[in-house]
Ligand binder design. Structure first.
Ligand SMILES: Cc1cc2nc3c(=O)[nH]c(=O)nc-3n(C[C@H](O)[C@H](O)[C@H](O)COP(=O)(O)OP(=O)(O)OC[C@H]3O[C@@H](n4cnc5c(N)ncnc54)[C@H](O)[C@@H]3O)c2cc1C
Ligand code: SF4
Length: 321
């Protein structure tokens, strides 16, 4: 690990000003992703700003009946919160499917959204990787790509985003609230928060240098059956091969986002119009532009069948898969 300096932030204002003025500074929250990356020298910040002392660990009902989740709310606390369990079950289930109890006790809402890919080449500094070292190439293209993206990828990178929580937040139309070094604030729909890789896979979100996540806001509850189905190589402590976060209404309409398939949570709203006609049609519409590799073509069958199973579980009609 490279040497770095460390400070505990006492105000958001001071934290964002320091981060905005120093491109080599990073915020640290639970540290469960950043510290691993620093030990491997994949991330090499020269200064860490510990934000754990900031009072951003509250979950509050908003004036319109939604929910505001502070950036530092731990994954365990968010999953267990009575309003989340009652009204946003999809989010609770997605969180509980991730990592382990110990990790969830440390991991924060903001850190979870910003966790980096699990592409094995990203972690192996002997291998070319455009995300780790822009311009060096992509070892996964033509290499081992079983876990990689089947849609939305580019010739520069075919990595997937690993967060389970982000899939639920995308399906629930969450909005990320941020503040920048100059004090300006933004509300970024989760749909626009993560980027597809394009030619710059090292730029993973629309956040600017030093921009700080204050909270994630959920709109008022939408009812329906909330299902998170994660398919993985072993039953726990593993990232998704594919996952589906869905809210299905009694009349068979609904919404779904898919994990493990793209560089960001994959949701095509137009495809959801097909849901009452069956999972097969909805899958076909959402994955019309899929470009799998030989090794991960199976993920498309897996998504189609998993969506079928989710619709069936919700009591939806015409589950023809
Ligand atoms: C063994 C293992 C298994 C795992 N399995 C899963 C899994 O199955 N599913 C899953 O979804 N996740 C899984 N994870 C990932 C885990 O969920 C993330 O590591 C965790 O959520 C990151 O949160 P953190 O608070 O520790 O982030 P940190 O490591 O502290 O930070 C991560 C990034 O977020 C930035 N950051 C933190 N807070 C802010 C803020 N407020 N504003 C701006 N930037 C900020 C940091 O600068 C850093 O770049 C696993 C992790 C491990 C180690
Ligand atoms: S898929 Fe992306 S993260 Fe993986 S090796 Fe290629 S560029 Fe790197």
């Amino acid at each position: 690990m490279r040497a770095f300096t460390y400070e505990r932030a006492s105000t958001v204002d001071a934290a964002v000003k320091t981060a905005a003025s120093n491109p080599n500074a990073r915020f640290i929250a639970g540290g469960t992703n950043l510290l691993d990356l620093m030990k491997l020298e994949i991330e090499t910040p020269t200064h860490l700003i510990d934000v754990n002392g900031l009072s951003l660990d509250k979950i509050e009902v908003t004036s319109d009946g939604g929910l505001r989740v502070g950036a530092l709310v731990r994954n365990t606390d968010l999953a267990a919160h009575h309003v989340v369990r009652r009204d946003y079950g999809l989010l609770s289930r997605a969180l509980l499917s991730g990592a382990s109890g110990q990790l969830r006790n440390k991991a924060t809402t903001a850190g979870n959204l910003l966790q980096r890919t699990r592409c094995p080449y990203f972690y192996d500094s002997n291998q070319p990787c455009n995300k780790r070292l822009p311009g060096s190439g992509c070892s996964a293209i033509g290499g081992y790509s079983r876990q990689h993206a089947v849609i939305g990828a580019s010739n520069a990178c075919i990595a997937t985003h690993p967060s389970d929580m982000a899939i639920a937040l995308r399906a629930l139309d969450a909005v990320v609230e941020t503040v920048k070094g100059d004090g300006a604030t933004r509300s970024i729909p989760l749909a626009d928060f993560h980027r597809l890789p394009g030619d710059t896979p090292h730029i993973e979100t629309v956040l600017e240098q030093g921009e700080f996540i204050m909270a994630v806001v959920l709109p008022p509850p939408i009812g329906g059956k909330h299902i998170y189905r994660k398919v993985r190589d072993r039953a726990s402590y593993a990232f998704a091969l594919v996952s589906i976060g869905a809210v299905i209404q009694p009349d068979g309409t609904g919404r779904f986002a898919v994990g493990g398939v793209a560089h960001k949570p994959w949701r095509i709203e137009a495809a959801e119009n097909e849901l009452p006609g069956g999972a097969k049609a909805a899958f076909a519409a959402a994955f019309a532009d899929a470009r799998p590799t030989e090794q991960n073509r199976f993920k498309l069958d897996l998504v189609e069948r998993t969506l079928g199973s989710v619709v069936a579980e919700a009591g939806g009609l015409n589950n023809e898969i």
